[in-house]
Design a protein around this ligand. Sequence first.
Ligand code: NDP
Length: 335
Amino acid sequence: MASYSNVTIPSKIKAWLYAEHGNPVNVLTLDSDVRVPEIKEDQVLVKVVAAALNPVDAKRALGFFRDADSSPPIVPGYDVAGVVVKVGDQVKKFKIGDEVYGAVNEKSLDQDEVYGDINDKSLDRPKQHGTMAEYNAVEDRLLALKPKNLSFVEAASLPAAIETAYEGLERTRFSSGKSILVLGGAGGVGSLVIQLAKEVFGASRVAATSSTGKLDLLKSLGADSAIDYTKENFEDLSEKFDVVYDAVGQTESAIRAVKEGGSVVTVVGGVNPPAFKFFLASKGSILEKLNPFIESQKIKPVIDPRGTFSFSRVLEAFSYLGTGRVTGEIVIHSI
Ligand code: NDP
C-alpha cells in the first residue's frame, strides 16, 4: 500500500470541475492546474485516495441548488477517504498520517431547500472544492478515522449514505422490536438503512423494495422480506410497518404502508403528511459511533459491481449514476 504520510504537497493539483451548470457529462472537465485548497484553523488537508459519487452531485451540477450554491467553478464530490497531510491550528482530533473518511459538506442540499431559508445558512453551502480532486480541505468535525478493516474504496462509499440512513432512523425514533419497510433497498441509502435497522437498532422485521434482480441482495443485507416493485405494490400488502423509510420519493404510497401512529421518513421528493422529510447534516460523530459495527463487519459497504471507476473515468461514472440503477455506491479510485 502506498504511504501518504510524507507526501510533498504540490501547489497545483488535478481536479474535475464545471464552470457552468448542466449534465455533468457535458460540463465537467479535468483541470491539472487547480490551486491546492488552503486550510482554515478547524480544517485538515486530506490527500484524497477514493471519493464516492452520490445523486446529490448530479443534481447540484444540473443547477438544482443554483441559488444557494457556491460560485463556480465547482469541484463536485461529497464523500472522501484519504490521508491527513496537514492540520489546522485548532485541530485536536487528527494528526498527519491519519487515515480518515467523511462527508465533506456540512449540509446536504436538495431541490426543495432552495426555496427554504438557505440564505440564513450561508455557512452550510456546499464547498466550492469537493472531493473529485487530489486534495480536499475538510473541517475535522466532519471526519472520523477510517475503519481499520476497510479499504479506502470501501470507506469512501459510506459517509453521506450511512449518515443519512442513521439520521433518518434516529428521527423516526426507531428502536429495538420495531418493524420497518425500506423503499429503495438496493440504493446507497436504502442498503444501509436495512443493515442499520437490523444490526444497530434491533429491528424485529425488515422489508425492502427493489427490482427483480436485486432481491437476493436485499436478503443478504438482512431484509426478512424482499418486495419486487415490478410485480407487487407494497402499499397493497396486508402487512403494515412501524416505520417506512422512503429513499425513492413515494410518500403517498408509503403512508398507506405504515401502522397507525407509525412514522414515514423520506429523503427525496414531495412530502405527504404525516410523512416528513429531512436533509442530512454531516457529522463525523455518526461515523465514530458506527465504526465498531463496521469493524465487526455487522455493517458492510455496498459498492456497485460495476461501480469503481479510475479518476480519468469520472464522466463514465456520472453517466452510470444518471441511470438511477446504481446498486449501493459508485467510487472513484485512485485519485
Ligand atoms: P441511488 O441512486 O443509490 O438509488 C438507486 C437505487 O434506487 C437503484 O439501486 C434502484 O434499484 C433503486 N430504485 C429506483 N427506483 C426504485 C423504486 N421505484 N423502488 C425501489 N427501488 C428503486 O440513490 P441514493 O440511495 O444514494 O439516494 C436516494 C435519494 O435520496 C436520491 O434522490 C438522493 O438525492 C436523496 N438523498 C437525500 C439526502 C437528504 O439529505 N435529503 C441525502 C442522501 C440522498 P432498482 O434498479 O432495483 O430499481
